[in-house]
Design a protein around this ligand. Structure first.
Ligand SMILES: [Ca+2]
Ligand SMILES: [Ca+2]
Length: 80
């Protein structure tokens, strides 16, 4: 049982490190950058709809009309 808990802790810690590195300045996510046509570090509805029309509302969880990198990361991690 302790091994399972230790492995879970390592898995959570590793995923946290991966998430932290995603937000480091200068870290580029090629897929995000491809969609972010004006390179302002946000995905607008128009940018998303040009890329994947049905996915925008799923990603924009706070419904502010923009997909932040965190919203994108959350969506991306849940779909992979
Ligand atoms: Ca943009
Ligand atoms: Ca948003």
């Amino acid at each position: 049982m302790r091994k399972i808990v230790a492995l879970l802790f390592i898995a959570v810690f590793a995923s946290g490190c991966a998430a932290a590195s995603f937000n480091q300045p200068g870290t580029r996510d090629p897929e995000f950058a491809k969609m972010d046509s004006d390179q302002n570090a946000f995905l607008s509805r128009a940018e998303m709809q040009a890329y994947q029309p049905d996915e925008f509302s799923k990603m924009d969880t706070d419904n502010d009309g923009l997909v932040s990198k965190n919203e994108y990361r959350t969506y991306y991690n849940s779909s992979n």
